[in-house]
Design a protein around this ligand. Structure first.
Ligand SMILES: *[C@@H]1O[C@H](CO)[C@@H](O)[C@H](O)[C@H]1NC(C)=O
Ligand SMILES: *[C@@H]1O[C@H](CO)[C@@H](O)[C@H](O)[C@H]1NC(C)=O
Ligand SMILES: *[C@@H]1O[C@H](CO)[C@@H](O)[C@H](O)[C@H]1NC(C)=O
Length: 241
């Protein structure tokens, strides 16, 4: 009897986890469901076997002031190409990845209803992003909020002068975590750890297994908690009756 019950709880948790390991968030440009996209552009091509972005989105991801979010990388002079390639990769990862389920949160904002939070980024991807950008310039630490949008593109707000990248982002950790208001969490994990998400990869998408690990971990905790609650309730009932 108990065995069957526990089995059903485990099954229910596992069932929920399966969907979350392969899904698209409710974002501005995301597809409803992930699937193959043969024509993904340039840096977004690694996601072509299974993607939440369309070919159009993948192409826009490579444009300055792209139509995706009208975001202007060149708000403090032209962003160097070595730096910009990381922002393009970040955009591909965000728009195309079908394995962000464990880190999707509901938000109450005019331009989106879901966001990602605390995605554990592999050390190498965060470090190389920062190293390649650290000689560029910017005027803000949080790139999600506080811009002047009157021209249709983000400009530095009044009083925010352009300064060295490292004035706003003294370390790789501060950059990766603060720039998109905690979308990423810094880790010291290597790409081979299987416990962190990779922005840059070739071949089979390594992030599916990472998402599954985090989901199973969370599912295991949920199962344990609900089982404990159940057992305690049953015990109390037995004592009382
Ligand atoms: C993507 O689609 C939009 C709307 O249909 C269009 O305006 C834009 O030019 C397209 N972008 C590319 C790169 O094809
Ligand atoms: C979301 O924002 C709207 C408008 O600001 C507000 O009316 C609504 O109560 C908010 N919902 C939640 C769940 O916070
Ligand atoms: C926003 O930018 C416009 C155009 O550059 C400028 O006229 C305006 O003063 C700016 N507003 C603020 C609050 O920075």
């Amino acid at each position: 009897m108990w065995g069957v019950f526990l089995f059903l709880i485990t099954l229910a948790s596992a069932g929920l986890s399966l969907d979350k390991a392969n899904m698209c968030m409710d974002g501005k440009h995301h597809k409803f469901e992930p699937g193959p996209e043969g024509q993904l552009h340039n840096q977004c091509a690694p996601w072509r076997e299974n993607a939440c972005c369309t070919a159009n989105t993948s192409e826009e991801a490579h444009d300055d002031k792209s139509k995706l979010y009208n975001f202007n990388w060149n708000h403090c002079g032209v962003m160097t190409s070595q730096c910009k390639k990381h922002f393009i990769q970040d955009t591909c990862f965000f728009e195309c990845s079908p394995h962000l389920g464990p880190w999707i949160q509901k938000v109450n904002e005019s331009w989106r209803s879901e966001r990602i939070q605390h995605v554990p980024i592999c050390l190498d991807d965060c470090q190389s992003w920062w190293s390649d950008c650290k000689n560029d310039f910017t005027c803000k630490q949080n790139w999600h909020k506080g811009w002047n949008w009157t021209t249709g593109h983000n400009q530095c707000p009044a009083g925010a002068a352009c300064r060295k990248w490292t004035d706003f982002f003294p370390t790789a950790q501060i950059m990766c975590e603060k720039i998109w208001s905690d979308s990423y969490s810094y880790t010291t994990l290597s790409k081979t750890s299987g416990r962190c998400m990779q922005l840059w990869f070739t071949g089979l998408n390594p992030n599916k297994k990472v998402a599954e690990y985090f989901l199973n971990h969370a599912a295991w905790q949920r199962t344990t908690t609900s089982t404990l609650v159940l057992l305690v309730t049953v015990s109390i009932n037995m004592v009382l009756s």
